[in-house]
Design a protein around this ligand. Sequence first.
Ligand SMILES: [Zn+2]
Length: 134
Amino acid sequence: MSSEKTFVVAINCLDGRVQDCVNRWLKNIYRADYVDVITAPGPVKILSSGEPEFMVASIQKCLTVSVEEHHSPALAIVAHHDCAGNPLPKEEQVGQLKVAGERLRARFPEIDIRLLWVDENWQVQEIETAILQG
Ligand SMILES: [Zn+2]
């Protein structure tokens, strides 16, 4: 990259309601210029189960580009209220988030991983013990 702009990266649901709030949260915490966003329906379900494999591989490939080419120092993984792709209660989605974080930590040991829950008011909440420091 020739510019001095900074990036962070999010694995977010494709749900339009959770894009702006998560991007604002990340830009604010990391003072980043841009957020690379990898979307899937209910990505924590995919990442925690490892299914379907082609979607896991796609997410990991996108993440590699953001980390290696854009030098993103931090990743947010997002689950949210009223998720059509993963219609589970918060407690179960938080469990999936933690599994997803641990799995990606194994592949990307050098970046911060933040686990985020977006609530019914579209407010971002960080899950306790969430930061897996890079
Ligand atoms: Zn969703």
